[in-house]
Each structure stands twice: as C-alpha cells, then as structure tokens.
Design a protein around this ligand. Structure first.
Ligand SMILES: Nc1ncnc2c1ncn2[C@@H]1O[C@H](COP(=O)(O)OP(=O)(O)OP(=O)(O)O)[C@@H](O)[C@H]1O
Ligand SMILES: [Mg+2]
Length: 260
C-alpha cells in the first residue's frame, strides 16, 4: 500500500495565499472526491501536488510513502507515481499522442528496460478500444484540435497507460456527453485497486453516480472544511454549499464574488 500525505499545506500565487492549510491523506485502493465552490483552490491543490512552478509552497508538506514530494522536480514526481489530469489539458504540437505516451511510460522505467514497441502498440490498441477511441487519435498531435470531451478521454487513456500510484483528476467530467462520461468512468473504475489511489475534483454528483468515492471532501477558502462519505456529495447536490458555510460560520467571500 502507498500513502500520499498532505499536511497543513499553504500555497501562494504571486504572493497571494490561495491554500491556507490543507490536510489530506490518500491511500492506494481509495477514491477521494473534492468538491467546492469556484475559486476555492481545488486546481491550485492539484498543481501544487504536481509541482507547477507558479505555485509557491510557503509551508506544510507533501509526502509519498514518507518521501518528500516537495523536494522533487516535476518529472521526478511523475516517476515517483504521481499523475495529474489537468482541468484544461495543454496541446503539444509536433508530438504525437503515441510518442508522448511511450516516452511517459519509459520515463518511469529503468534505462535499458524500455517497453518494446510491439508491447506498447498492443496495449495502446487495447486501451483505446476499451475507451472507444478511434485509432487515428494515437497519431494526432497531443490534444491539438481535440474537442473538450476528446481531451478528457485522452487523459484517461494516459492514466490507463501510465498506471500511476496516485492520480489527481481535475474536473475530468466537465464537458463530457453522457456516453463519454460513462466511458471515462469505466476507465477510472478499471484502474481501481491495490496499486492505485485517486483524487477526483468535481462539481457534480453525476460523476459520483458512476464512480462511488470512498471519501468526499469539501474545500472552501483554501482549506478542506468538511469530509464524509458519498452521502455528503448527495447533500451538496441537493442543497448547495450554504449549509456548510452556516455550519462553520464562513462568510461569503469566495473569489468568484470579486468580479465587480
Ligand atoms: N496562475 C494564477 N495566477 C493568479 N491567480 C491564480 C492563478 N491560479 C489560480 N489563481 C487564483 O487562485 C484562486 C483559486 O483558483 P483555483 O483554480 O485553484 O480554483 P478552483 O477551486 O479550481 O475553481 P474552479 O472550481 O472554478 O475550477 C482563484 O482566485 C484564482 O483566480
Ligand atoms: Mg479548478
């Protein structure tokens, strides 16, 4: 079993504190969901876990099986078994989907132990069929011109090929049609097991109808303010966030209200 522990994590962007003490422990064989109003720091948490340079960790810790993740470069984090499916996946011109995947897989293997092309292609074909993706997508440039839903499905293809220990999936359900949502969920459920833990950021119970989370957390104003089981997500869907704010005496000052 592996464990990812986030302790009292504070993160700033351009000197503005976004995360104000996040505590979270993930084990493999568990699926956690994080919900919360817009602008409360969910994607910031995802980026901080993966080591995006813009997000400055000012205090707290992240450890993977006791190893200090914050000391690792982005590629070392990936090699250690961390994976992020971004809310807005980037397009990379000039690198085909297949080439990208093969490099990502090989980056996690020892030198001299690279995956054989045959084995890679066989596995890629199998996974793409499972995710009902057209074959030609493997030869297209990474995410270039992919529709929103195709990008999300492609993130799950990466997940299934790379087989990380821990995946952070940021709004993997956004922009998916009903069939795509089922396929993406099928992929995540297929990954479920001893060697895999997952943190899914989502706004909707809908996703959680297909993937039953073991734990649900609510993030507000840069902190995890409430945790529970899947019933918590159902209550949020039905009642929104006001009751939590009232329960905790949180004032309504989330970033979304800043527009004016
Ligand atoms: N690169 C950045 N530069 C400046 N501000 C940023 C940056 N990234 C995030 N922020 C700010 O940090 C706050 C938290 O953003 P974050 O993307 O983590 O929210 P979120 O919880 O993922 O919201 P949503 O549900 O809308 O995706 C917001 O106020 C946002 O404007
Ligand atoms: Mg976000």
């Amino acid at each position: 079993m592996s464990t990812l522990v986030i302790k009292d994590l504070h993160v700033s962007i351009e000197d503005k504190e976004i995360l104000k003490g996040v505590n979270l422990t993930l084990n493999t064989n568990e699926i956690h969901a994080i919900m919360g109003p817009n602008g409360t720091g969910k994607s910031t948490l995802a980026s901080a876990i993966m080591g995006h340079p813009k997000y400055e960790v000012t205090s707290g810790s992240i450890t993977l099986d006791g190893e200090d993740v914050l000391e690792m470069e982005v590629d070392e984090r990936a090699r250690a078994g961390l994976f992020l499916a971004m809310q807005y996946p980037s397009e990379i011109a000039g690198v085909t989907n297949a080439d990208f995947l093969r490099s990502a897989i090989n980056a996690r293997r020892e030198e001299g132990d690279e995956i054989s092309i045959m084995k890679f292609i066989r596995e890629l074909d199998k996974k793409m069929e499972f995710l009902e993706m057209p074959e030609e997508m493997s030869q297209r440039y990474l995410n270039e011109g992919f529709s929103g839903g195709e990008k999300k499905r492609n993130e799950i293809l990466q997940l299934m090929m790379i087989k990380p220990k821990f995946a952070v999936l940021d709004e993997i359900d956004s922009g998916l049609d009903i069939d795509a949502l089922k396929v993406v969920s099928k992929g995540i459920n297929e990954m479920r097991g001893e060697g895999f833990g997952c943190l899914m950021i989502t706004h909707y119970q809908r996703l959680l109808n297909y993937i039953t989370p073991d734990h649900v957390h609510v993030m507000m104003q840069g902190k995890v303010v409430k945790s529970g089981g899947s019933e918590l997500a159902q209550r949020l869907e039905a009642e929104g966030y006001d009751w939590i704010k009232q329960e905790l005496g949180i004032e309504d000052t989330d970033a979304v209200t800043e527009e004016a």
